[in-house]
Ligand binder design. Structure first.
Ligand SMILES: Nc1ncnc2c1ncn2[C@@H]1O[C@H](COP(=O)(O)OP(=O)(O)OP(=O)(O)O)[C@@H](O)[C@H]1O
Length: 300
């Protein structure tokens, strides 16, 4: 295993940021830690990159213990923290050279690994990092995290605040890196990105809700889901909230996702109820569960 986490807990005073977390990541896997703000993602990343000690539990990265072998871990991993890690007053090239130097290597020596990513920002190599766009900063930060050829790459919310096109490009880059046998542990609050991982752990309030492939997680959804809409969305949410057969109802794009408490539920019952409540243009269609639906169900 590339990463083994066993019963890790971490508190900050009264706040239990991580509560008995266990997971395993295989070599070469693209593993996603999926959860909202404050779920504990950054805390786990900081523990695995040896910047923070857990209160309880053990963990290893690439066979090295996070406490005993912290120096080896630092040499073997790349870490792209969520909050910005670059030196804003240094240029693009100076930042990259700085990270290469502290790991005792050169840009030239490992250029192959970052070529794909770096060529996109090379035209701006004399620009200060502070003056780059979000997408360019992200590419530079990834280049810096890779310059010493790490075996395991930790990316904490790498696409937060990045535009949709750059987000898509970023995930394509991760897939290419994975082919070079780098294990990638990535966190994100975006449920659509979860689909792009080999395996995911859903985390909230410091607890893991489920670990599996995205497909298996979606398939495990226990109920039929209906996407519902009518001409009055706000009233629809209220009326679904007070309907006596509602198990869950929450906004999902332009629809409300609805599940019933009853296993023999018929959509016509809901249509009748909504008609009785003076809704127009009613649509009730069965739909497939997404990762977000599973997350909502598990964290209920
Ligand atoms: N240094 C700290 N002191 C006190 N509480 C902290 C500290 N760092 C994090 N926390 C709290 O621990 C919990 C988990 O935070 P963490 O940053 O690990 O979550 P996260 O999933 O990375 O979310 P975010 O994206 O908001 O950083 C939160 O309730 C947070 O407020």
């Amino acid at each position: 295993m590339s990463i083994i986490v066993k019963n890790i807990s971490k508190s900050y005073g009264q706040v239990k940021a991580l509560d008995d977390i266990s997971l395993e990541v295989r070599p070469g896997e693209l593993f996603g830690l999926i959860g909202p703000d404050g779920a504990g993602k950054t805390t786990l990343f900081r523990i695995l990159t040896t910047l923070l000690l857990p209160n309880e539990g053990t963990a290893s990265v690439n066979g090295f213990d996070i406490v005993k072998d912290y120096k080896s871990i630092r040499n073997n991993v790349g870490y792209m923290p969520g909050r910005f890690s670059l030196y804003q007053d240094l240029t693009v090239e100076e930042n990259l050279r700085f990270f290469a130097t502290i790991f005792g290597t050169t840009i030239k020596e490992n250029y192959d690994l970052i070529r794909d990513i770096y060529v996109q920002i090379e035209p701006f190599k004399n620009r200060r990092a502070g003056r780059l766009s979000g997408g360019m900063k992200q590419k530079l930060a990834l280049s810096c995290a890779l310059i010493h050829k790490p075996k395991v790459l930790f990316l904490d919310e790498p696409t937060t605040g990045v535009d949709p096109v750059s987000r898509k490009e970023f995930w394509e880059m991760l897939k290419r890196l994975q082919k070079q046998n780098i294990t990638i542990f990535v966190s994100t609050p975006y449920m659509d990105e979860a689909e792009l991982c080999d395996k995911i752990a859903l985390i909230t309030d410091g607890k893991i809700l489920q670990i599996n492939t995205p497909e298996a997680i979606k398939a495990s959804f226990p109920k039929k889901i209906y996407k519902v809409r009518s001409s009055e969305t706000f009233k629809l949410i209220q009326d679904l909230g007070t309907y006596n057969k509602t198990h869950s109802a929450y906004p999902f794009g332009e629809y409300i996702h609805f599940t019933s408490t009853q296993s023999d539920f018929q959509p016509s019952e809901l249509i009748d109820y909504l008609k009785a409540n003076k809704h127009n243009q009613i649509e009730v269609l069965e739909t497939n569960a997404t990762i977000e639906d599973t997350f909502m169900e598990l964290s209920k």
